[in-house]
Ligand binder design. Structure first.
Ligand code: SAH
Ligand code: MG
Length: 211
């Protein structure tokens, strides 16, 4: 972690909210919640683009869903999670922090839940689930995104492996990293989207629909 990174992290920490208390649990239990500086970037995009309807793929313990919802009382988050232990944690966190009325948790594999939300539209899609499946999530759910809406894909640099695959020994991880590389290049070439990539934390891609 370089000094600029820590410096900015500490500036953001000045405005820590109550949800931030969950980060310690996540770190201790290896739950990969969104990094802090990335989160602040996304919250700023939510403000800039007047985002109120958010779809998230990958809830985990509900941390990012609640952080997004905390930006404004108008925000409604729909979030999908397949892991039963995570679902249990998310439900309890969302209820304890009084976000149940603004966060809808959909239980099951995101690739099978389209019918439950297909009548809705969204201002933002946050893709943060199984990294090898990001392209499938993008293809399935972006038809629900309004023109001018934003897709944010997290972990596009995946531990630095994506830019330096030769350091990866495990065959499974290599397969996954290749998928992320393919996704990033595919995303960059999507007609109807303008994408930029940020070298922040684990990497994120910001795609704007219709420009
Ligand atoms: N967005 C959260 C972190 C999500 S971690 C945050 O920043 O706070 C990724 C989560 O995606 C894990 O809990 C995992 O169980 C879930 N996941 C992975 N693949 C999935 C799929 N196909 N459908 C639903 N959830 C999935
Ligand atoms: Mg992530």
């Amino acid at each position: 972690m370089n000094t600029n990174h820590s410096y900015i992290l500490n500036l953001h920490k000045i405005n820590d909210n109550h949800i931030e208390a969950l980060r310690e649990y996540a770190v201790n239990h290896q739950v990969p919640i969104v990094d802090r500086n990335t989160l602040e970037m996304i919250k700023q995009i939510i403000r800039i683009n007047h985002t109120t309807r958010i779809l998230e793929i990958g809830t985990a313990i509900g941390y990012s869903a609640m952080q997004f919802a905390s930006v404004s009382d108008d925000i409604q988050v729909t979030t999908i999670e397949r892991n039963s232990e995570m679902i249990h944690q998310a439900k309890s966190n969302i209820s304890n922090n009084h976000y149940s009325h603004r966060i809808r948790l959909i239980e099951g594999d995101a690739l099978e839940q389209f019918d439950k939300i297909k009548d809705q539209t969204f201002d933002m899609l946050f893709i943060d689930a199984a990294k090898a499946q990001s392209k499938k999530f993008f293809e399935l759910y972006t038809p629900l995104l309004r023109e001018g809406g934003i897709v944010i894909t997290d972990n596009v640099l995946y531990h630095g492996f994506v830019s330096d695959i030769d350091i990866v020994r495990s065959r499974n991880v290599r397969q996954m990293v290749k998928k992320v590389q393919q996704f990033n290049e595919w995303l960059m070439q999507q007609d109807g989207y303008t994408t930029n990539f940020l070298n922040m934390d684990d990497g994120l891609a910001i795609s704007i629909k219709g420009e």
